[in-house]
Write a protein that binds this ligand. Structure first.
Ligand code: HEM
Length: 196
């Protein structure tokens, strides 16, 4: 029993570490859009070289699956707990992150397997550029960053809490501007726009 518990604890820690590393590089990669789309794509191609192979990607997706299932279980168990306003916000951000990750990962796999598309940045942002889908995708991406930073900061002392969330907020705004072509025009190929 104890061995099983130790094993579970180890898988939990390792998967969190892996997710943290992936998400950090993933978001940094999106930030490169501020410089240019060429920089963003060339960084992603190098990054893909590491994770886009059957072994690493399977481990990565299994780690996400493990954390998603674990979070659904704890969220369900704690659904009736009494909460302060702050705890309610933590609970809501956790539910949003579960929703976002299920949606985001299945959309990427779906795009690759069913639409046979390169699931690059054009795939991610096409919906942001087509009315009325933009009304869905703007809060969709914005909240993913806000909730992620809020969730990470939830147990931190006030100075770190405010610093992490201020960075998260600025990042979410800058990323959204970049994804919405505010800094320069992004010409999305028709095969991506045609999905909508
Ligand atoms: C600004 C918001 C975001 C955008 C525009 C975005 C875009 C993308 C794109 C284009 C891919 C496909 C990558 C590929 O084909 O190699 C992807 C994959 C993925 N993203 Fe995001 N992402 C965003 C935020 C996030 C966040 C906040 C998380 C996690 C909390 C996340 C987790 C993932 C995961 C797990 C994958 C699947 C990796 C794989 O191909 O196996 N993303 N994202």
């Amino acid at each position: 029993m104890n061995t099983l518990k130790n094993y579970y604890g180890l898988v939990n820690k390792m998967s969190l570490l892996l997710l943290g590393l992936f998400v950090f590089i993933h978001i940094f990669n999106h930030l490169m859009l501020v410089i240019s789309i060429k920089e963003h794509i060339s960084f992603m191609e190098n990054f893909r070289f590491i994770y886009r192979n059957i072994y690493i990607e399977s481990i990565l997706l299994l780690a996400f699956l493990f954390q998603i299932i674990k979070s659904i279980k704890t969220t369900w168990r704690e659904r009736k707990n009494r909460r302060t306003f702050f705890e309610k916000l933590v609970f809501i951000s956790k539910i949003y992150l579960i929703y976002f990750l299920i949606n985001h990962i299945s959309a990427v796999l779906f795009g690759r397997v069913v639409f046979n598309l390169d699931t690059n940045i054009y795939y991610a942002i096409a919906g942001l550029h087509v009315f009325p889908y933009s009304f869905y995708f703007i809060p969709y991406y914005f909240l993913s960053i806000i909730c992620l930073f809020f969730y990470v900061s939830k147990n931190k002392k006030s100075y770190s809490f405010y610093t992490i969330n201020t960075i998260g907020f600025i990042l979410a705004i800058v990323l959204l501007f970049a994804l919405k072509s505010v800094f320069y025009d992004i010409n999305i190929p028709f095969r991506y726009l045609n999905m909508y």
